[in-house]
Design a protein around this ligand. Structure first.
Ligand SMILES: [Zn+2]
Length: 158
């Protein structure tokens, strides 16, 4: 058999594999619940926040950007679902402020007022609407924030 024939056949096999992977991915996507999509959307938003705030100190304690960093919500997703994906409500913090100190909120608030202004902080604190997001909306959030992160990385060159 000629080398041409061999490569043609393996190209066909590669295409079949690619199609099989696509079918598997689509099947997996169909099995995902709204909760799964919410997690993926939140992960995309959090990655965007950590990328946006790269090099900036922790929002709650001014620790420089070293070690593990979290995207820390000022109003938690549980307390205020309507602000879950809001970028004014989410800033990079060190691991210990976000996890061990549950956001270190008193300190967070002082720096948040300096960063976004009293008016926006008052607005964040006045929000109390419970929102249930549709799967379509969550997929859009994931897509939009993944694109925003890629754009930022391209823009800043890291
Ligand atoms: Zn901190």
């Amino acid at each position: 058999m000629s080398s041409y024939g061999y490569s043609k056949r393996s190209k066909g096999a590669a295409i079949k594999q690619k199609i099989a992977r696509k079918v598997t991915r689509e099947k997996k996507e169909k099995l995902k619940t709204a909760r799964d999509w919410a997690k993926e959307a939140q992960a995309a938003v959090n990655l965007y926040i950590r990328t946006r705030d790269k090099g900036k100190p922790c929002i709650s304690c001014d620790k420089p950007d070293v070690g593990v960093r979290n995207a820390s919500h000022y109003r938690s997703a549980g307390a205020c679902s309507s602000l879950r994906f809001n970028t004014f409500n989410n800033h990079a913090s060190c691991y210990s402020c976000n996890c061990a100190l549950s956001g270190n909120l008193l300190e967070y608030r002082i720096r948040l007022v300096k960063l976004i202004g009293q008016e926006k902080v008052d607005w964040l604190e006045s929000q109390n609407v419970v929102v249930r997001y549709s799967v379509v909306y969550l997929k859009r959030v994931k897509d939009i924030f993944n694109r925003r992160t890629k754009h930022l990385i391209k823009l800043r060159g890291y």
